[in-house]
Design a protein around this ligand. Structure first.
Ligand SMILES: [Zn+2]
Length: 77
């Protein structure tokens, strides 16, 4: 009876480790993709200012530093 309990406890611990591992891997993947976006610099189509992709506004594949410049560009079109 004790042996069965031990196996069950071991199994639960094993499953918990697997869940935590998967959760950590997921978290790391998200963090690294966010870092890639921060490292990846793009240029505002209006003023040519370099800004991180994560902070840039995007429309039709073009990047803009601010809502103002995004509006300015769409008015020109
Ligand atoms: Zn700009």
């Amino acid at each position: 009876m004790n042996l069965i309990r031990l196996i069950v406890i071991a199994l639960i611990i094993y499953l918990l480790i697997q869940i935590v591992k998967r959760w950590l891997a997921n978290k790391n993947a998200q963090a690294s993709s966010q870092q890639d976006k921060l490292k990846n610099m793009v240029r505002c189509k209006v003023c040519q200012l370099h800004i991180p992709e994560a902070e840039a506004l995007q429309r039709d594949g073009d990047f803009f530093c601010s809502q103002e410049h995004l509006n300015l560009n769409s008015e020109q079109d």
